[in-house]
Design a protein around this ligand. Structure first.
Ligand code: SF4
Length: 647
């Protein structure tokens, strides 16, 4: 099958691509290939005209031309109000038709690197080879796209509407009732919505819930007994730092804890850690974080914490495969190309990163810097003061640097003395308005936030001149504990704001799971800041979510919270360029659907509209594969049905 049979002028210069990562006709997502022709033709039920055009067209070009005319005509009918559908279904139909036109266009094909239309046309005609490679992911995408184009999705009622209706809760029609009566009915309706949300939130207890606090206390005591230590030692960050589970010794500890029946660890997990340890794949867990697991029931209710530190099979085998070229292969953000000086990464006009410490107390499997952060407290991770000093000088020489983000690794694992020295030097520059520390220490070793550290950081705030802040990284409400509350309060009393950068990976992506996190964060005074689309590389398959899920969460779940609970912005990191705002529909285009159902997006970097820039082509996770994953962990895929309509 030709990749594309025509030229669109100048496109090569305007795009970068991640599409070539894998063969278009394979399904790296593990979806079953092969569809029965009769079943395939059912996708056209909402719009039989499209089937007719495809069946009667002699070739792809003829099909393209006829489909374009059909779709443009349909678009005008919706725009002109000639089709009698609900206002929201009309809006969705217009969106869907635009997507369809993108997909069948030559421009879309060139951008995607293949012809979606050719697969569609051939499958419709019954081409055996094509029918043998497409998956249900492809079928479902088109089924839903055609439903949306036909205005028959039921989207106008929303995903929750029909559930509420079935429970006897009626939407208030303000055109029929007015005044206090309407207000009371509306209030009652909103209370019912809250009851519904609550039924979801129950699934995601926070570490601040009484029964979880009690369970963790028992677990902590078991670990203290195992290590033969006192409570003072447990709560001393130096003890935590020196007892991180890593390398062979950490693996042995984990095995022993399992054998003694203290912490249950599935054999498969131990096997993957063994491979990781043998081949130097990043792995490590702090004792504190270990005690956040459910010792008795692995992966029942603690998947979100275990999976962050226990590498899955797919990840380990991919990391192994690319052991030699790891430094470049996994450098998703292209940091090698954006470092003007050692320890500095710069992608933006007024902020740059200072990497003061290249290691962390523990390793997050989905880490964006897994090519660099190789082991907890890895030897040689502190670059030495001379290098830091040179980097600080660079910030001094660049007046555009309003904000300095000191990160790594986790720089709050450095000593108070070094932290103080960095603060002191950066405070000499009048143009630096904000000194920001990027640290996950609140999650991994919250006891590191001592009074003296908080005081050092706070002492550099100068009202009217300089601010100090912290960006941290909580993934789930389960990580928000009384220890965290104490640590954040120490920091906030110094006048320092704390912001959260969530990596929205699939283990924390169930309905209202992020809402539960936002509520827990509010309780400890942390502002949600970014919701990151995880690093889009195939080795992270077990962590990725479709872009549509990020946008759906924002629209259908986050929106139900008060504004101050949800200031976070969902973003996608374009390699080398930086953040693309996913809420802004105009910042991306859907241009193709692979035979396995993976959507191909053209992402627009942030510089669009400001200066010349390149577009970035990204193949997303097939929605069908993601829904199958949700089902495998006990979720009802029907709860997510509107996901298909976020493009
Ligand atoms: S804390 Fe940050 S830098 Fe460290 S391993 Fe996790 S994601 Fe990577």
């Amino acid at each position: 099958m030709p990749k594309y049979g025509h030229g669109v002028i100048g496109m090569e210069k305007q795009m970068e691509s991640a599409v070539s990562t894998f063969n278009i006709e394979e399904s790296p997502w593990g979806l079953k290939q092969g569809i029965n022709h009769e079943d395939f033709l059912k996708i056209f039920d909402p719009l039989p005209e499209i089937k007719e055009i495809l069946l009667t067209s002699e070739n792809v070009e003829e099909a393209r031309d006829k489909l374009r005319r059909f779709a443009e005509d349909l678009l005008w009918k919706y725009k002109n109000g000639d089709i009698d559908v609900d206002a929201m279904d009309r809006w969705l139909a217009i969106e869907a038709i635009n997507v369809f036109l993108n997909i069948i266009s030559e421009y879309g094909e060139k951008a995607a690197g293949f012809s979606t239309l050719e697969y569609l046309w051939k499958a419709t005609k019954g081409d055996k080879r094509v029918l043998s490679i497409i998956t249900e992911g492809f079928v479902e995408e088109f089924k839903h796209l055609f439903k949306a184009m036909a205005g028959v999705t039921g989207y106008s009622k929303g995903w929750l509407g029909p559930k509420l209706e079935a429970a006897g809760v009626k939407f208030v029609d303000f055109s029929k009732i007015k005044g206090r009566k309407a207000a009371l009915m509306r209030s009652e309706y909103l209370d019912k919505v809250w009851e519904y949300i609550k039924s979801y939130l129950k699934k995601y207890p926070s570490g601040l819930d009484k029964h979880i606090i009690e369970k963790r206390k028992r677990q902590r005591e078991k670990l203290m007994e195992y290590w033969g230590i006192t409570e003072d030692e447990w709560f001393d960050y130096r003890w935590q730092f020196s007892h991180v589970l890593k390398r062979e010794k950490g693996l042995e500890t984990l095995r022993e804890l399992n054998e003694l029946g203290i912490v249950k660890v599935p054999e498969e997990d131990l096997k993957q850690v063994e491979i990781a340890v043998k081949y130097g794949i990043p792995w490590g867990i702090t004792p504190y974080y270990l005690h956040l697991w459910d010792f008795e029931n692995p992966y029942k209710e603690d998947r979100h914490v275990r999976r962050q530190v226990m590498p899955p099979t797919w990840y380990v085998s991919n990391m192994l495969q690319h052991r030699e070229d790891r430094e470049y292969y996994f450098d998703f953000m292209g940091e090698h190309d954006t470092s003007p000086l050692d320890l500095i990464t710069r992608r933006y006009v007024t902020i740059a990163i200072l990497k003061a410490y290249d290691t962390c107390p523990q390793i997050c499997v989905y880490c964006q810097r897994n090519w660099e952060v190789l082991e907890p407290f890895m030897a040689g991770s502190f670059p030495g003061w001379d290098k830091i000093e040179a980097a600080i000088e660079w910030f001094g020489e660049h007046e555009s640097m309003l904000d300095v983000l000191i990160t790594g690794g986790d720089p709050l694992a450095l000593s108070d003395k070094i932290i103080d020295k960095i603060m002191s030097r950066l405070s000499e520059f009048d143009h630096v308005v904000n000194i920001r520390w990027g640290s996950r220490i609140f999650v991994t070793v919250p006891m590191r936030i001592t009074d003296s550290l908080a005081e050092i950081l706070g002492s550099y705030i100068e009202p009217g001149k300089r601010n100090v802040s912290i960006s941290t990284h909580f993934e789930t409400a389960y990580e928000v504990t009384p220890e965290v509350a104490e640590a954040t309060y120490k920091i906030r009393r110094q006048g320092i704001y704390i912001y959260n950068q969530l990596v929205y990976q699939r283990n924390v992506s169930r309905r209202f799971e992020n809402v539960a996190l936002r509520i827990a964060l509010r309780k400890v005074g942390i502002d949600p800041y970014y919701t990151f689309y995880p690093k889009g590389k195939i080795e992270q398959k077990d962590y990725l979510v479709p872009i549509a899920r990020v946008v759906q969460e924002r629209k259908e779940e986050a929106r139900l919270l008060p504004g101050q609970f949800r200031p976070d912005e969902p973003v996608f990191n374009v390699p080398r360029m930086g953040k693309n705002h996913l809420r802004a529909w105009q910042d991306r285009e859907l241009v193709g659907i692979r035979p396995d159902g993976s959507r191909i997006y053209l992402m627009h970097p942030w510089e669009k509209g400001i200066s010349e820039t390149k577009l970035y082509t990204y193949p997303d996770v097939p929605i069908k594969e993601y829904l199958e994953y949700l089902e495998s962990i006990g979720e009802d895929p029907n709860d997510y049905w509107t996901i298909w309509y976020y493009y």
